[in-house]
Design a protein around this ligand. Structure first.
Ligand SMILES: [Zn+2]
Length: 101
């Protein structure tokens, strides 16, 4: 999608440049990866604390305002001495279009 939208202005832009750029944005925390189930790389341009719901049928990703629902408390530490810096929740859902309510 990123590649398609830039190709007109930058005809020589390669797919690998797009991936490399996205990777470096991910490393710097400018964007954040959304896992989903499709196997495609999905990224989110707003890395601040909000959650996602991913439709298990169509793969559409919804932003969920964490203030809107109660979230589990963030542990300070995980096994193996891993210090927790943030918590992101991904809900698996069926969206309205796909028959949920
Ligand atoms: Zn759906």
């Amino acid at each position: 999608m990123v590649h398609d939208s830039l190709r007109e202005r930058f005809p020589s832009l390669s797919m690998s440049t797009v991936y490399a750029t996205i990777e470096s944005f991910l490393e710097r925390g400018l964007i954040r990866q959304v896992s989903g189930r499709s196997g495609r790389l999905r990224v989110d341009g707003t890395p601040d604390d909000h959650d996602h719901a991913v439709c298990r049928n169509c793969g559409r990703v919804f932003d969920i305002d964490p203030g809107a629902i109660e979230r589990p408390a963030k542990p300070l530490e995980l096994p193996d001495g891993l210090r927790v810096t943030s918590l992101h929740i991904e809900y698996e859902v069926i969206c309205r279009k796909c028959g949920g309510n």
